[in-house]
Write a protein that binds this ligand. Structure first.
Ligand code: GAF
Length: 391
């Protein structure tokens, strides 16, 4: 993406020169899925696909927002004194939610701003385009008014926007990955304490290939919130016999010993996924740190199977991608990434096998599923910040 082009697009839209350009990444989660609202571990990194924001302060209290991805939607205008959710305000609801919760923290902002955004994350691909936009807004507003809000607080406000403004009861995985990431590293995050460890993820002999099933995921409309409720119900039942605050605190052994108290097979399976996935995430991170990529890959494969069989958040298209990947030469492991119900899978593939891998999996996918998948090579990125042109 060219900075010059973005500045020019802004000028064409708003008729004056922009002040600044920022970039907010998307994310992939290497392993640790549906553990974040269960007090467990996640292991994401931010990627260079993300959202650019070009911005200029206004003199009034309005925000004028335009997305280069949805020119047909046109310019959306709202006032920072009226930040209620409105369906017709489309993608800007994420912007509104963030500003609303920031204002709750620091008081009403003196002015609004003109905002041009351009995103390179395909929508609904489970690569966190929403968290990317939330953190972009957070950093824009904070820096514009030099507000004293640490990045981690913006992360939490992003999650609040998702939970309270949009109605998706997600955990903190996406916003944390987007806000706190460091290029070259994945973060092993304990979602219970928010302590995290940065683990190098630049793999000299391998690429992380993102496989997009091109089947749009609609988390709010999907069963995401139901999954969370099912985990909470299973936890309540387990709490009759074990003293834990979250499923993330349970060892595999403790779970196996007490799982019989869960009175419903579906609830038991949901909890089983959360407990095993949490333990798996820790072990997988250890394997990566030790350079045991094939062991890491085995954990990825197990994670996918558990998300398929116990958690039931995979679909035919993502199952095809992961399972086809497992059969290819040079593949350490593959799994779905993100919330599921469509979206993307990731695979760790030896450099020299990447082209054949994409060709084989792509062709098989088209035959079996009936439309084309898309493939991208993941490159890690820093968390949301001012965009420096040479990056
Ligand atoms: C979505 C949610 F937003 C995250 O909080 C997380 O639960 C993820 O699904 C599943 O691991 O991306």
């Amino acid at each position: 993406m060219e900075r010059k082009q973005l500045m020019q697009d802004f000028k064409e839209q708003f008729g004056h020169k922009a002040d600044r350009v920022l970039f907010s990444p998307g994310r992939i989660n290497l392993i640790g899925e549906h553990t974040d609202y269960n007090g467990g571990k996640v292991f994401p990194c931010a990627i260079t696909m993300g959202t650019y924001g070009v911005v200029k302060k206004r003199e009034d209290k309005e925000v004028h927002a335009f997305s280069g991805n949805f020119p047909e939607v046109g310019e959306i205008t709202f006032n920072i004194q009226d930040l209620s959710f409105k369906k017709e305000d489309n993608w800007t609801n994420y912007v509104k939610g963030m500003i609303r919760y920031m204002q709750e923290k620091v008081g009403e902002l003196p002015h609004g701003f003109d905002l041009y955004i351009y995103g390179t994350i395909p929508n609904g691909a489970s690569l966190s385009s929403s968290a990317s936009l939330e953190l972009l807004t957070g950093v824009i507003v904070r820096d514009m008014y030099q507000l004293d809000i640490p990045q981690l607080d913006l992360v939490k406000l992003g999650m609040r926007t998702e939970n309270e403004f949009l109605g998706l009861n997600s955990g903190i995985l996406d916003q944390f990955a987007v806000g706190m990431a460091k290029k070259g590293y994945a973060m092993l995050l304990d979602t219970n304490t928010l302590e995290y460890e940065q683990v190098p993820v630049e793999l000299p002999d391998h690429k992380i290939v993102i496989m997009n099933s091109m089947t749009r995921r609609e988390l709010v409309d999907s069963e995401y919130n139901t999954r969370r409720e099912q985990c909470e119900q299973a936890l309540e039942q387990l709490q009759e016999v074990v003293d834990v605050k979250s499923l993330g605190e349970l060892s595999v052994e403790a779970f196996e010993e007490h799982k019989h108290v869960i009175n419903d097979d579906v609830l038991m399976r949901r909890a089983r996924h959360a407990v095993y996935e949490n333990v798996r995430t820790d072990r997988a991170a250890e394997a990566l740190k030790a350079g045991e990529l094939n062991t890491f890959g085995q954990y990825m494969n197990e994670s996918h199977k558990s998300l398929d069989e116990d958690y039931e958040v995979t679909i035919k298209a993502t199952d095809y991608l992961a399972r086809a990947a497992w059969k290819e030469a040079g593949v350490a492991g593959a799994r779905m990434t993100g919330g599921g119900f469509g979206g993307c899978c990731i695979a760790i593939v030896e450099n020299e096998d990447v082209d054949t891998f994409i060709d084989h999996v792509g062709r098989g996918f088209k035959e079996e599923i009936g439309h084309d998948a898309e493939f991208y090579i993941a490159e890690t990125a820093d968390g949301t910040k001012e965009w420096v042109a040479h990056e």
